[in-house]
Design a protein around this ligand. Structure first.
Ligand SMILES: CCCCC/C=C/CC(=O)SCCNC(=O)CCNC(=O)[C@H](O)C(C)(C)COP(=O)(O)OP(=O)(O)OC[C@H]1O[C@@H](n2cnc3c(N)ncnc32)[C@H](O)[C@@H]1OP(=O)(O)O
Length: 320
């Protein structure tokens, strides 16, 4: 594995050497930062690479997923993030699996779709090792591919036609928080926290949060979360309208699932149509916001601020 990373890194270095710096449109400091990043990537152990690879033989036709557990029962399709040892961080493969699972859920017989996490975390956001998988086109190509994937991923939530409920079983970070603004209800354990540390990571908001959060909680509170990276408790997130209701952790699963099972017996067409009426006027705007956020992030991922923060995490120098 280290050999593959090394080869990719060497290929990126050769292409960088062939192109004059003015063509790269970056200053020498950025060039050095990127080179350091590529060097770090090539020295990493195989664990981060294996976490983002698609296993041959994963049979999508039969809805088998490597990083999700998807079940359908009592009119509810449950999509559970299932990488508990990585705090359910979303790998490249997992983004694809979530999109597939949502598309399947949009067409199945269930009336409600639920997203939740396995283990002590709901989700720790984007898997920071995603950026170690550098294609032959180099880091610019990686940023471009990531922006396309991000736009498609968020677009799947914008277009989801049935009631979509998040059952937030523990801390939520980054993109797993921002997309909550696209859910129809958010139930949280009192152990959950909501954290979008974009500035700490040299990033900017995604998941349409630059539009939905100011609308949900007002611009001043949205600024504290999205620009200053303030971590909210479940109670605070509920007071600000991001969370529908908070439950004590000891009774969380029982109370939430009892409620969801009752809701799932409501007439499905009526629920779908009500969702359309509530959300459809906004769809075009949300897709435009999604495109803009993805394009801004494509640039951010190439910035010194982002590269340094990612390196610090991957080399175990920093955590949130
Ligand atoms: C690519 C296209 C789309 C991009 C969309 C962009 C989205 C932006 C975001 O989502 S920003 C948020 C990114 N997330 C983070 O920065 C979180 C990083 N993780 C942490 O700070 C901590 O791990 C923690 C606070 C979430 C949990 O700390 P704790 O001490 O409780 O647990 P560990 O750190 O020991 O975690 C167990 C192992 O899991 C690995 N891990 C956890 N989260 C991530 C992650 N997001 N990316 C990669 N790896 C993660 C962690 O490194 C541990 O691994 P180890 O056992 O090998 O040490």
């Amino acid at each position: 594995m280290a050999g593959v990373a090394g080869r990719l890194a060497r290929r990126w270095c050769r292409s960088a050497v062939r192109r004059p710096l003015k063509d790269l449109a970056i200053c020498p400091n950025q060039e050095t930062a990127r080179q350091n990043y590529v060097d770090l990537v090539s020295s990493l152990t195989s664990s981060s690479e294996s976490s983002t690879q698609v296993k041959p033989g994963a049979d999508r036709g039969q809805q088998e997923y490597e990083n999700l557990v998807v079940t359908s029962e009592d009119g509810i399709t449950k999509i559970m993030f299932n990488r508990p040892t990585r705090k359910n961080a979303i790998s490249t493969q997992m983004y694809q699996e979530i999109m597939l699972a949502l598309k399947a859920a949009s067409k199945d017989d269930s009336t409600i779709t639920v997203v939740t996490g396995n283990g002590d975390y709901y989700c720790s956001g984007n898997d920071l090792a995603n950026f170690t998988d550098i294609p032959p086109g180099g880091v610019e190509e990686k940023a471009k591919q990531s922006a396309i994937m991000l736009r498609d991923f968020v677009g799947t939530f914008i277009d989801f036609p049935k009631p979509l409920v998040a059952v937030v079983n523990g801390p939520a970070v980054g993109i797993s928080v921002t997309i909550l603004g696209l859910f129809d209800a958010v139930y949280a354990s009192d152990r959950a926290t909501f954290h979008t540390p974009f500035s700490h990571l040299g990033l900017s908001p995604e998941g349409c949060a630059s539009y939905t959060f100011p609308k949900i909680m007002g611009p001043a509170k949205a600024t504290e979360m999205l620009i200053f990276g303030k971590k909210l408790t479940a109670g605070e997130a509920c007071a600000q309208g991001l969370v529908t209701e908070v439950f004590p952790d000891s009774t969380f699963q029982k109370e939430v699932w009892t409620r969801l099972k009752a809701y799932s017996k409501l007439p499905p067409n009526s629920m779908r149509i009500s969702k359309q009426v509530i959300r459809n006027m906004e769809k075009e705007k949300l897709h435009a916001v999604n495109a803009e956020e993805s394009s801004v992030l494509q640039e951010r991922w190439l910035s010194d601020e982002c590269i340094n923060a990612t390196m610090n995490f991957l080399s175990k120098k920093a955590k949130l």
